[in-house]
Design a protein around this ligand. Structure first.
Ligand code: PEP
Ligand code: MN
Length: 263
């Protein structure tokens, strides 16, 4: 279902009056983790002011160490919903477990499936039965075929609203957190009609690389970007090294708008 052979035209996903795919460029931004109400409110305001339409933040976090901050859970979802309602933004948050779908569905507009769960087939099947868009992140070492087959699971179970997200893969290179597969971005546009966005925050792990890599992938065909931002990245409870501050975010937004003419 997800291949260009099955369907030639680009898939457009509509959510709350916004279109993902086609000639539009979307911008999802927010903190890695929702830390408290005030911080998510401030970030939502900044996202809105810069023309972003999607607020992305984690309440259930997949952390490498069980001793790291795991997210605020439902409390975080509540804060985020409030922020989205106040600033008229579309909410995106991660679901890690089938047991949490019902709860998260009460709050979110879009479900994110993280890289670590790209091949969690029971999760993909259950999300296929919902009717909210799914932001599917590429697995840490998933091939393009495996990535598309994961999307195929969601569509095969009834939900056609899948947004692909390139977030870098593991390679021999350790100078950056991951290696962004720009080939993959261009190839996925060729092979599939689904929209794809770039996450250069996790893709590079380094804030100075977020802007150039985001812009590069947009020129390669990405339909938009997600980016981690924070009012004070040095104090972030997770992923501070790769989060942009508000000023850096503003510059990225301006440059992103200039790439629209290449779409
Ligand atoms: C995230 O988006 O917050 C995240 C944990 O990313 P990934 O699943 O791509 O590692
Ligand atoms: Mn993160």
């Amino acid at each position: 279902f997800v291949s260009r052979e099955f369907k030639k035209e680009d898939t457009l996903i509509e959510i709350k009056g916004r279109k993902i795919g086609g000639t539009d460029l979307i911008l999802m931004a927010g903190p890695c983790s929702i830390e408290n109400k005030e911080m998510i409110m401030d970030i939502a305001k900044v996202v809105k002011e810069n023309g972003g339409e999607f607020l992305r933040g984690g309440a259930f976090k997949p952390r490498t160490s069980p001793y790291d901050f795991q997210g605020l859970g439902e409390e975080g979802l509540k804060y985020m919903r409030e922020a989205c309602d106040k600033y008229d933004l579309v909410m995106v948050t991660e679901v890690m477990d089938t047991r949490d779908i019902e709860l998260i569905e009460k709050y979110t507009d879009i479900f994110q499936v993280g890289a670590r769960n790209m091949q969690n087939f029971s999760l993909l099947k259950e999300l296929g039965k919902t009717n909210k868009p799914i932001l599917l992140k590429r697995g840490l070492s998933a091939t393009i075929r495996e990535f598309l087959m994961a999307a195929e699971y969601i569509v095969a179970f009834g939900n056609e609203k899948v947004i692909l997200c390139e977030r870098g893969i593991r390679t021999f290179e350790i100078a950056t957190r991951n290696t962004v597969d720009i080939n993959g971005v261009a190839l996925l546009k060729e092979k599939s009609h689904l929209p794809i966005i770039i996450d250069a925050s996790h893709g590079t792990g380094k804030k100075s690389l977020v802007e150039p890599v985001t812009l590069g992938c947009i020129l390669a065909g990405a339909d938009g970007a997600m980016v981690e931002i924070h009012q004070n990245p040095a104090c972030a409870l997770s992923d501070g090294e790769q989060s942009l501050n508000f000023q850096e975010f503003e510059i990225l937004c301006k440059k992103m708008k200039k790439t629209l003419e290449f779409k």
